[in-house]
Design a protein around this ligand. Sequence first.
Ligand SMILES: Nc1ncnc2c1ncn2[C@@H]1O[C@H](COP(=O)(O)OP(=O)(O)O)[C@@H](O)[C@H]1O
Ligand SMILES: [Mg+2]
Length: 145
Amino acid sequence: MVESKTLVTFSEQETFLLGKELSRELKPGDVISLEGDLGTGKTIITKGIAAGLDITEPITSPTFTLVNTYEGEITLHHFDVYRINDPEELYAIGWDEYFSDDAITVVEWGDRVLEMLPDNTIRIRINRDDEDFNKRNLNIERLSK
Ligand SMILES: Nc1ncnc2c1ncn2[C@@H]1O[C@H](COP(=O)(O)OP(=O)(O)O)[C@@H](O)[C@H]1O
Ligand SMILES: [Mg+2]
């Protein structure tokens, strides 16, 4: 069954904390797809997740490298697939292997490669509010156990 919940944040800090809290529910092997326009907060959530995993290294967008890996309580792979033109580029850097180890994997723009993500991927769709510049509506969808 698919479990879906919608949350609202009003600041970068709140979105960061949402990521940090989410990280407590994560286990090795989990994959999170972050979906939403540029500037909606995908990287901010990733920073929160990293903080929750006790990663102290600064998180930077892997826009050109496609993926960055951080060592924490659990290893974190952070993808940003915004710039890929062809999914083959991901296979070329060993995409499948990233999911087979005991890490948590976050994929910014995961909706662009949805068919390449595992079935039990946690999807987070972020929308900027029409009226309030700092408000974000976040829908979190995951398969319930
Ligand atoms: N509620 C909010 N949640 C997250 N970011 C917010 C929020 N309100 C304003 N912002 C701003 O939006 C931007 C989000 O940036 P970023 O996480 O890099 O976006 P993305 O990775 O989706 O392109 C930051 O500049 C942040 O300060
Ligand atoms: Mg980003």
